[in-house]
Design a protein around this ligand. Structure first.
Ligand code: MHO
Length: 263
């Protein structure tokens, strides 16, 4: 009888150990699964704002001094889809920053004409530099490169209105667009590149620099980091930029410092 009881107790202990072992094993497995899920959750994903493309875009090309600021300012504007910096207006082939020839620093904007007009972009153009002073050099000219006759007419009319309102002669050249040579990587999205941890989030999403500088999310973030745009818009849009939680917090923290006076 005693032996039987001991036997049952031993059996129960063995069974309990086996069951516990299985459940520990399951826990281990479920932990592993959790780890995998976490990895999936944090893997870089295309920013939501970059997944909505307009049916049709139009292009505006401007020179207005050093291109770092305008890249940031125009990038912060709703309706601007893509913005890149480069060199235009000269006669030499394949200019570079240190071999510019007769080219000028230039920005090229692809925009959604249903959300912003060429005329509105021109307003920003006039207000973001002084077109009445003689440029320092060919590198820093004020030029509107029109892409078609319509842009030419809108630009000329806009320039005349601006001259009348300023009561001063505008020295901006209005000339046909011919060629845009993309500037070196280190000139693109200059303000964003000053924050390597944010910049690296985008190099993880877009390993190709050509894709990175075509991103609307990148254009907007570079805009806010250059002190352009409103804090309220940043707060409303921050979830669409494809940043990690840490990245979002960091951008909001910088935004509160740089943009607080604009809200
Ligand atoms: N003053 C600026 C000009 C750079 S811009 C891309 C500098 O630090 O050289 O021309």
């Amino acid at each position: 009888m005693l032996n039987k009881t001991i036997g049952i107790i031993v059996l129960v202990i063995i069974l309990a150990t086996v069951v516990a072992g299985i459940s520990v094993g399951c826990n281990k497995k479920s932990n592993l699964n959790k780890g995998e899920n976490n990895m999936t959750a944090t893997a870089p994903k295309i920013p939501p704002i970059d997944t909505i493309m307009p049916v049709k875009t139009e292009t505006a090309t401007f020179a207005l001094g050093c291109f770092w600021g305008p890249d940031s300012q125009f990038g912060s504007i709703e309706g601007v889809i893509r913005i890149r910096v480069g060199y235009s207006g000269g006669s030499t082939n394949n200019p570079t920053y240190y071999n510019l020839g007769d080219h000028s620093e230039t920005i090229q904007i692809d925009y959604d004409p249903t959300r912003i007009s060429y005329e509105e972009l021109l307003e920003v153009f006039w207000d973001s530099h002084n077109p009445t002073t003689q440029p320092w050099s060919r590198q820093y000219m004020s030029i509107i490169f029109y892409h078609n006759e319509d842009q030419r007419n809108v630009a000329s009319a806009s320039m005349q209105r601006k001259e009348a309102s300023l009561g001063q002669k505008i020295l901006t050249e209005v000339i046909p667009f011919s060629e845009f040579y993309l500037a070196e990587d280190y000139h693109q999205k200059y303000y964003l590149q000053q924050y390597p941890d944010l910049f690296n989030e985008y190099t993880a999403i877009y390993p190709e620099i050509g894709q990175l500088i075509s991103s609307t999310a990148v254009a907007r973030v570079n805009g806010y980091l250059g002190s352009f745009g409103k804090l309220e818009s940043l707060e409303n849009q921050v979830n669409s930029f494809g940043l990690s939680l840490t990245g979002k917090e960091k951008l909001l923290q910088i935004g509160r410092r740089l943009l607080s006076n604009t809200n």
